[in-house]
Design a protein around this ligand. Structure first.
Ligand code: AHR
Length: 644
């Protein structure tokens, strides 16, 4: 195949790799991106949080906490609350003269490092009488045979809650995750102590609250946009559990949290609205804020739409959220300042709702919800771009839409091949996409059937690359795409959705095949589209392409070979322009088996090859200025070459 590539661009490309942070799917934020080590830190978790239909506070338990000794008597207290938002706490008692204490095993384990950890907890005297309680706290193996780091402190307790803060720096690192954090006392067990909001934070990423390896991995793909905070978790399973931003800002003591849509742990909202915004900013990205549009998912997947007559307060809440984030002065700006953020955040895209084509949501979105939110937001914030979550159901006046695609490799490729015909009147975002089924089985259920992938595969990632190439060469109308979900805690009871971009346990993380494709695209963005004509149609060779020029004016060629055999292609540039290999650089992902996957046990099955200067192996530039490349079987290649 010869690609005849125009030497001059035809259109500007707005297309950018984006990211989608959905709070708490796969314990990806609490238990993942949010660096907090302690699980159920404020005694809010319930065994089956979805039963807590009304999102009532005070339904929590002592789940994930244990006594440190046989003589410990641990109880949950609803009396003497730390705050209205955190009504429950634990009381630790024990036999006279014995040791008693409380221990937490984190999100299915704790990986101990020798870095300084910030410890904070609140304590009071359970009796209300003043008492002196000497405590030891530290990180230990779960059988207490090993101590990685410990400290002592004397708590002068009264009936009032007091915050205790210190730094714990273990002297030894652990070799596994079978460890606990514990606070114990010897000699004061009769009086005991009452404790709440126990937080242990390892060093975090660049002054944020994020786990370092996960935040850095995301930063490395250079997402231009970050859609937050969900997904289904924006909507909540019940009206009472939607993402109510007012409960996700301010002091941790005043964040009640809520039932998450996906996980079984309470959603702490510790990685709240401002923390997500700060992280997005630190990634060098711009937020796409998802606002709740009056629809929640359950019961029985029949959905609950707020009637038109009762939508007012929810619209007002979305407006308040925007004022809080964007205003330079006034009540909401003052509130934001009081939480430590002087400058307004900068973002221009808002998505109204999530997947409002799904189930009965479609009946009310186009009928009244979209229009009501759109009109109110457009009136107060005319500078914002409003993205609809669907064009179905009679949606009127939408200038942008966020479609989502989860598919088999073949279906993803089929979809990619339709993109050149995208109507140009509505801007497209694909803020959730992934190959999630192998396509090798006959099951038609891409979500739950036997073909459902555990981790992204090589062929899946290449099918995604084919989609990204197509979206990018249509970057005049396709503005962004985000793989979903990103974060996946592999803990036995912490997974709800596979495959995912970054899987991890308390101490390790793996970058999937799909991650490397995001990385390649994110680090080689184009600014202008160069049209290409092929000597043969693409679909006969299964090579997928995008040609563009970057901000420096270099030609960027992205070529995806989803075949199991190598393919030779030629690139000929027109308009009197030629390719120069001086200053060229290349990047390639390839593998030998379509089903290859990176896993925690085999993290480097597929990794990119970087040619810091020059063309990839098997490529050459002829005297006629034609670039010849042999694209390896199952490969994605990105070549950046100066145009002269
Ligand atoms: O990314 C996982 C889920 O897929 C999201 O919560 C939802 O928007 C979609 O259906």
């Amino acid at each position: 195949v010869t690609y005849h590539v125009a030497g001059k661009p035809s259109r500007q490309s707005k297309f950018a790799i984006s990211a989608f942070i959905e709070t708490n799917i796969n314990s990806g934020t609490d238990g993942g991106l949010y660096a907090e080590i302690i699980r159920n830190r404020a005694f809010q978790d319930n065994k089956n949080s979805t039963l807590n239909v009304n999102n009532e506070l005070g339904q929590g338990t002592l789940l994930h906490w244990t006594g440190t000794s046989k003589s410990t008597n641990l109880s949950l207290s609803k009396a003497n609350s730390l705050s209205p938002a955190l009504p429950q706490s634990a009381i630790v008692h024990g036999d006279k003269g014995q040791t008693c204490g409380i221990a937490n095993a984190g999100y299915e384990g704790i990986s101990v490092t020798t870095e300084p950890h910030k410890l904070s907890f609140y304590a009071r005297s359970p009796t209300g009488r003043s008492s002196t309680v000497p405590v030891e706290f530290g990180l230990y193996s779960s059988d207490y045979a090993k101590t990685f780091g410990k400290q002592s402190m004397t708590l002068e307790l009264t009936g009032e809650w007091q915050q205790f803060q210190t730094t714990l720096t273990p002297s030894q690192a652990s070799t596994d995750n079978n460890n606990v954090f514990a606070i114990k006392t010897t000699g004061a067990c009769q009086d005991g102590f009452q404790v709440n909001l126990v937080s242990l934070m390892p060093p975090t990423w660049e002054g944020t609250v994020a786990r370092q390896d996960l935040a850095q991995a995301l930063a490395d793909i250079k997402p231009a946009f970050v859609r937050l905070p969900g997904g289904n978790d924006l909507e909540g399973n019940h009206l009472a559990a939607f993402f109510n931003w007012t409960n996700a800002v301010g002091d941790l003591k005043s964040r009640p949290g809520r039932n998450p849509t996906w996980t079984t742990s309470w959603n702490t909202e510790g990685l709240g609205l401002m923390e997500l915004m700060d992280l997005t900013e630190r990634w060098g990205s711009e937020a796409i804020l998802g606002v709740y549009a009056g629809y929640s998912l359950l019961p029985n997947l029949m959905g609950e739409a707020i009637p038109k007559s009762k939508l007012g307060p929810y619209i007002q809440s979305a407006l308040n959220e925007l004022h809080f984030l964007l205003d330079t002065s006034g009540r909401w700006a003052d509130l934001r300042r009081s939480y430590g953020r002087e400058q307004p955040y900068k973002f221009t895209n808002i998505e109204i709702g999530n997947e409002d084509w799904l189930g009965p949501a479609v009946n009310t979105y186009g009928a009244y919800r979209w229009g009501a939110f759109r009109d109110a937001i457009a009136k107060e914030f005319p500078q914002l771009n409003l993205i609809a979550s669907t064009l179905l159901g009679g949606v009127k006046g939408a200038k942008a839409v966020d479609d989502h695609i989860y598919a088999t490799p073949d279906k993803m490729i089929e979809f990619a091949e339709t993109l050149d015909a995208t109507p140009r009147n509505v801007t497209r975002w694909e803020l959730e996409f992934a190959v999630i089924n192998s396509g090798l089985t006959n099951d038609t259920d891409i979500y739950g059937g036997p073909g459902r992938l555990k981790h992204p595969t090589l062929v899946g990632a290449l099918a995604e690359a084919a989609f990204l190439a197509a979206a990018e060469r249509n970057g005049d109308v396709y503005y962004g795409a985000a793989y979903a979900p990103i974060f996946h805690n592999e803990g036995k009871n912490l997974t709800q959705w596979t495959p995912d971009l970054l899987s991890f346990n308390p101490g390790q993380m793996v970058k999937s095949t799909s991650y490397w494709i995001q990385y390649g695209w994110g680090n080689n963005r184009i600014a202008q589209i160069h049209d290409a004509k092929l000597s043969k149609p693409t679909n006969t060779s299964k090579i997928h392409h995008s040609f563009g020029s970057n901000a420096q004016g270099n030609l960027v060629a992205k070529l995806v070979n989803v075949n199991g055999s190598a393919k030779q292609i030629k690139v000929q540039v027109g308009d009197g322009k030629k390719v120069s290999t001086v200053g060229a650089k290349s990047w390639q992902v390839k593998g030998s088996d379509a089903q290859q996957a990176n896993t925690l046990n085999n993290p480097e099955s597929v990794t990119p090859q970087v040619y810091a200067s020059g063309l990839p192996e098997g490529a050459s530039l002829g005297a006629d200025g034609v670039l010849t490349m042999t694209l390896p079987a199952y490969s994605a290649t990105i070549v950046t070459v100066p145009l002269v």
